[in-house]
Design a protein around this ligand. Structure first.
Ligand code: ATP
Length: 361
């Protein structure tokens, strides 16, 4: 894939009000391909916004390089970079019509009135807002305003669009709808998007690639499925979705099969390649949707007792206390006829290929 953006060794240190320093970016390397949807994901303070602001030029790196289509843009002022940003607060001009808001950057660049009208009309059509050009922003809903902000950001066809939590002010339903629309718009435009969120579900839904950040560094970078299924660290496993973690010791590795033993002596069979060897400490990850609740006497797995059952419409959440001790386990299963109750003795089974061993403990 041709790269549109290359970030190399990005470093940015801030002084804290207490007199110390914090490395908001601590040696970040990132490639973004043409037409790729890349999401920066991580807890508050991990450096997502600083990275985005450095790419847009609102922030200067202390060291490192930024290349756009192979050209060094590190010293280029923000307004010259062929990059645009959509913010969480839509930042629309309240005294201008929707059309003028969208056309503003074209007007500043000296485009003719007619050109502005045509391009703004096209951009509004792309975001599903044809016919609203003469309204004022105050006459639009929150979702519509966010679309105007998007139209304004894409009107001049930037090479790269940066989006800083653009959907976080919207309610859940509208937000889910906009996630799908935004992804479709990105494919249609063929512009690379770098999207910031701290919402893991949003990242999984929209991204071609997710970059999980922690403490100014990239913890893991990969396709949503790999990040979810094969987290490289415990931090990533816990940050992306609900999970059951088991602290284990490797008992045996043979031909793509692994046997791990929990502290309580429960055997966990896995089916994957690993660099780990007998005696190594390892954390095993099993997602709640990969555990099945079976009768207590059925085949091997985790024996335990149901402590809580939570009904969530299409899903049931079972909390199970293992018989041998250890942490309570979560099972998420589809709502079906065989509902079980707190106090029931059960066995939790899983497919070995659905268990994953984290090598970096
Ligand atoms: P959030 O999800 O809360 O927006 P973030 O991942 O975007 O967080 P950043 O805003 O990039 O994180 O901040 C990274 C670190 O740098 C934090 O510790 C933050 O306090 C610090 N920081 C960011 N900007 C400044 C600044 N202008 N002055 C001092 N410290 C800053």
């Amino acid at each position: 894939m041709t790269q549109i953006l290359e970030v190399r060794g990005a470093r940015r240190v801030f002084k804290t009000p207490e007199g110390g320093t914090v490395a908001a970016l601590d040696g970040v390397d990132l490639d973004v391909g043409q037409n790729e949807f890349v999401t920066l994901l991580g807890p508050s303070g991990c450096g997502k916004t600083t990275l985005l602001r450095s790419i847009s030029g609102f922030e200067q790196l202390d060291s490192g390089a930024l290349m756009l289509e192979g050209k060094d843009i590190g010293r280029m002022p923000a307004f010259r970079r062929p990059v645009n940003t959509v913010f969480q607060s839509y930042a629309l001009f309240s005294h201008m019509t929707v059309e003028r808001n969208v056309a503003y950057s074209l007007e500043v660049a000296g485009a003719s009135k007619q050109e502005q009208k045509i391009l703004a009309g096209e951009a509004l059509e792309m975001v599903g807002l044809s016919g609203t050009g003469s309204r004022m922003p105050s006459q639009l809903s929150g979702g519509q305003r966010q679309r105007v902000a998007l139209a304004r950001a894409i009107v001049a066809r930037p090479k790269l669009l940066l989006l800083d939590e653009p959907l976080s002010a919207l309610d859940r339903r509208l937000r889910q709808k906009m996630q799908i629309e935004l992804k479709a718009l990105q494919s249609e435009l063929g512009i690379a998007f770098v999207f910031v969120t701290h919402d893991q579900e949003e990242a999984l839904t929209m991204s071609d690639r997710i970059v999980v950040m922690r403490g100014g560094q990239i913890e893991q970078c990969g396709a949503p499925r790999d990040i979810f299924r094969k987290p490289r660290t415990k931090f990533v496993a816990e940050f992306i979705g609900d999970t059951n973690l088991f602290e284990t010791t490797i008992e045996c590795v043979h031909g793509g099969r692994i046997l791990a033993l929990t502290r309580e002596g429960t055997k966990i069979w896995l089916s994957e390649e690993t660099k780990l060897a007998k005696g190594d400490a390892a954390t095993v990850v099993i997602r709640p949707t990969d555990l099945q609740v079976q009768d207590a006497h059925s085949s091997c797995g985790f024996r335990g007792k149901i402590t809580r059952v939570i009904y969530l419409g299409t899903d049931l959440h079972y909390y199970v206390q293992p018989a041998v001790g250890g942490q309570e386990l979560l099972v998420v299963s589809r709502t079906d006829g065989s509902r079980r109750a707190p106090g029931d003795e059960v066995t939790l089974t899983y497919r070995p290929e659905r268990a994953h061993v984290v090598e970096d403990c």
